[in-house]
Design a protein around this ligand. Structure first.
Ligand SMILES: Nc1ncnc2c1ncn2[C@@H]1O[C@H](COP(=O)(O)OP(=O)(O)OP(=O)(O)O)[C@@H](O)[C@H]1O
Ligand SMILES: [Mg+2]
Length: 142
């Protein structure tokens, strides 16, 4: 059975300034597993999309909590969980479709979940209206 070898837990307010911070912190933490440049870039992109979603879509007023946890395993897999206590997603299957967006005209492209799916090995989205959204991503390093 795989064993957890290290863990990061982080809470940040949902502010646009924290997208870059979350991306950099998660990237720096995961670097200890010596990922390839491409693996690390992919993971950071996926994290960035999930955190951006929590910042942009979850809360009516900015600053609600975003909970990030990263676990590193001895089989070189990484699990990243990004959770908010925001508005939730009415239809997760629909939200995951490429180009689906509730963003205002031209403001967003509806590609965030597709990017997360492409750049990780597994994407799990759980959401409840009025309770929040939890995005779990798994990445297996070479
Ligand atoms: N954390 C969240 N809380 C509430 N709604 C969300 C959350 N994450 C995603 N959504 C909903 O799912 C839709 C699809 O998300 P996705 O990231 O794929 O596209 P987008 O954010 O609209 O556009 P893009 O990511 O390309 O800028 C969003 O438009 C939004 O309605
Ligand atoms: Mg998005």
């Amino acid at each position: 059975m795989k064993k957890k070898i290290n863990e990061l837990k982080l809470t940040l307010p949902a502010l646009s300034a924290n997208e870059g911070a979350a991306r950099a912190i998660v990237g720096a933490f995961c670097a200890q597993l010596d990922p390839t440049v491409e693996e690390l870039a992919d993971l950071k992109c996926a994290v960035s999309e999930a955190v951006t979603n929590a910042i942009v879509h979850a809360y009516d007023t900015p600053g609600g909590p975003i909970y990030i946890s990263v676990a590193l395993f001895d089989d070189r897999s990484i699990t990243v969980v990004i959770r908010d206590r925001g508005c939730g997603i009415a239809d997760v299957a629909q939200a995951r479709q490429p180009l689906f967006t509730t963003g205002a005209d031209g403001e967003r492209s509806g590609m965030g979940f597709s990017v997360m799916e492409t750049f990780t090995d597994r994407l799990l989205v759980r959401s409840r209206i009025g309770v929040g959204t939890r995005v779990t991503m798994k990445k297996c390093l070479s």
